[in-house]
Design a binder for this molecule. Structure first.
Ligand SMILES: [Zn+2]
Length: 180
């Protein structure tokens, strides 16, 4: 089993837009397997290639024991609104209440090169939007309200400088903080 180090906020690779994948081959399948192993080791429910320092347009996920890989994904349609306390393996220890579209239709390819479409909402929909953001160099902190940003500033700076994460905290949209 091969696993990667997960890149933490402040690492420039997390801000770069990924390149579309042109070759779906055995090497890519191995990368996806290693990314899933890395994700399970943490554990997490989604991991995008830039989070392990790889500038390719794919992410892996496993929600409710359904693992998957999406290659060159795009959001085709989105609908509704849903507020949820979102976390990220690249921002350990911090959860932010963020409102995004609820339901999304995502199109991409699987490891056989077949086109797949997923119509998902709530946690599934959030997972897809979050991971897709990573492929465009966007972290969830770019979706924060001003009070959230203020409340998290010190912790985010510490994470960027020395990867230290304090106790787990949920930061609500109004900037109030609940520490575990
Ligand atoms: Zn993330």
């Amino acid at each position: 089993m091969a696993t990667f180090d997960i890149r933490i906020i402040g690492d420039p690779v997390l801000k770069q837009v990924t390149r579309p994948i042109t070759d779906i081959d055995g090497k890519l399948a191995q990368l996806a397997t290693d990314m899933l192993d890395t994700m399970y080791a943490v554990p997490g429910i989604g991991l995008a290639a830039p989070q392990v320092g790889i500038q390719k347009r794919l992410f892996v996920y496993d929600l409710h024991d359904t693992p998957g890989v999406l290659i060159n994904p795009e959001i085709v349609e989105s609908d509704g609104e849903w507020t949820y306390s979102e976390g990220c393996l690249s921002i350990p220890g911090l959860y932010f209440e963020i409102t995004r579209p609820d339901a999304v239709l995502v199109r991409g390819r699987d490891l056989d090169g077949n086109e797949i479409e997923l119509e998902v909402d709530e946690l599934w929909g959030r997972l897809m939007q979050h991971e897709l953001d990573h492929l465009d160099g966007t972290l969830m902190v770019e979706h924060l309200s001003d009070p959230q940003r203020k409340a998290a500033k010190k912790r985010l700076r510490e994470l960027m400088l020395d990867r230290t994460s304090g106790p787990t905290a949920v930061i609500r949209a109004d900037g109030s903080v609940e520490v575990d």
